[in-house]
Design a binder for this molecule. Structure first.
Ligand code: DAH
Length: 354
């Protein structure tokens, strides 16, 4: 009998010694889990010893049970210590690996910028705000009624020809991509009574073969002022002020007769070249003048078309190309660059956003 207890004591001691030695060698959470399975798990050595107690003679069981339970408690405690130590070490390592190196340079943040056309529209809106003009915006898909009829361009006028106009398929109504911003003249006058002072920045479209000075899509700025007693002098003063705000206080403007169906009289207007001060250079093609756009006194038919009394009211209108103004100011020589989406081109116009 005593022999059996001694044998059990020796076995407990052997298991204890082996378990502690192996626990000493454990260096990872995985190894610790394997150790726990080998000694304390359901099929582990200590658990098996506890199960074996049942086969001992009854009088030996209490002492053997206490000794085995004591071993289990001791190993469990040691195992918990090792587990805590390993977890702390793993955490330390993770912290060290994830540490932020505050001396590293930051990643560059790429900030977008307004497109040169948008910038120029903003500039024009500001200039015209000072002159009392309000900016309005209209549809890019228009009816023939607004794009042509109300602008005194009858159905048989050559400008209505399909070679100029991009037609949107429609069985019942003439629907086009607006060929200019002028349709907003009629839309605005239909909505309000004089005094009218508006500008209309926006895209226009024409069926064009593209080259350095032609694009099927371009941006215009329309202007319209209608009131009692508006004269050609008001038109000239307004466009002169525009030229000076854009190109400098000594600029001169030139008006020459031209024809547009919706104005009478009609003119084209130019500004003397700011680069050579009107002397003649490559940019102004040695003429000393840069063409800016068309203008004139609103045709009585246009006023009548929107229900205004042409005996009472007069007005002026003008239209200019926004890309052209940017080209005149910056020396960009190819119209296609604006819609070309080349960031290297666009970046040159980037201004800090304020
Ligand atoms: N709509 C004309 C065009 O696109 C430009 C224009 C000329 C507008 C004379 C006007 C104007 O308002 O009075 O060619």
């Amino acid at each position: 009998m005593a022999q059996e207890v001694t044998t059990l004591d020796a076995e407990l001691e052997a298991v204890r010694a082996e378990a502690l030695r192996r626990l000493d060698e454990v260096t990872s959470v995985d190894e610790a889990a394997a150790w726990e399975r080998d000694y304390l798990g359901g099929k582990g050595r200590v658990t098996q010893l506890l199960r074996g107690l049942g086969s001992l003679p009854a009088e030996q069981r209490p002492a053997a049970g206490r000794a085995t339970q004591a071993l289990k408690a001791e190993l469990t405690e040691k195992y918990d210590d090792v587990g805590a130590r390993l977890k702390a070490a793993a955490r330390q390592q993770a912290l060290a690996e994830d540490a932020i190196d505050v001396t590293l340079p930051g990643r560059p943040v790429i900030i977008g910028a307004a497109h040169p056309i948008s910038q120029m529209i903003d500039e024009l809106i500001e200039i015209f705000a000072l002159l009392g003009f309000q900016a309005v915006f209209g549809p890019e898909v228009e009816t023939g009624h607004y794009n042509f009829d109300l602008l005194n361009i009858p159905s048989d006028h050559p400008a209505r020809d399909v070679w100029d106009t991009i037609i949107v398929e429609s069985p019942n109504e003439e629907i086009v991509l607006r060929t200019h911003t002028s349709p907003m003249q009629a839309r605005t006058m239909e909505r309000m009574q004089p005094p009218v002072r508006v500008i209309v920045p926006g895209r226009s479209f024409r069926f064009e073969a593209q080259d350095a000075s032609h694009e099927w899509m371009f941006t215009q700025l329309e202007g319209l002022a209608v009131d009692e007693n508006i004269t050609m002098a008001d038109l000239k003063g307004t466009l002169r002020e525009l030229a000076r705000q854009l190109f400098g206080p000594t600029r001169r403007v030139r008006f020459r007769c031209d024809f547009f169906p919706f104005v009478e009289p009609g003119v084209d207007f130019a500004v003397d070249c700011a680069i050579c001060d009107g002397q003649g250079c490559r940019v102004c093609k040695h003429t000393g003048w840069l063409e800016m756009g068309g203008a004139g006194m609103v045709h009585p038919n246009v006023l009548k078309g929107v229900g205004y009394d042409p005996e009472k009211y007069t007005g002026f209108a003008f239209g200019l190309g926004i890309e052209r103004i940017i080209m005149m100011k910056t020396g960009v020589s190819d119209l296609r660059a604006f819609a070309g989406n080349d960031v290297r081109f666009l970046r040159q116009f980037a201004r800090p956003i304020v």
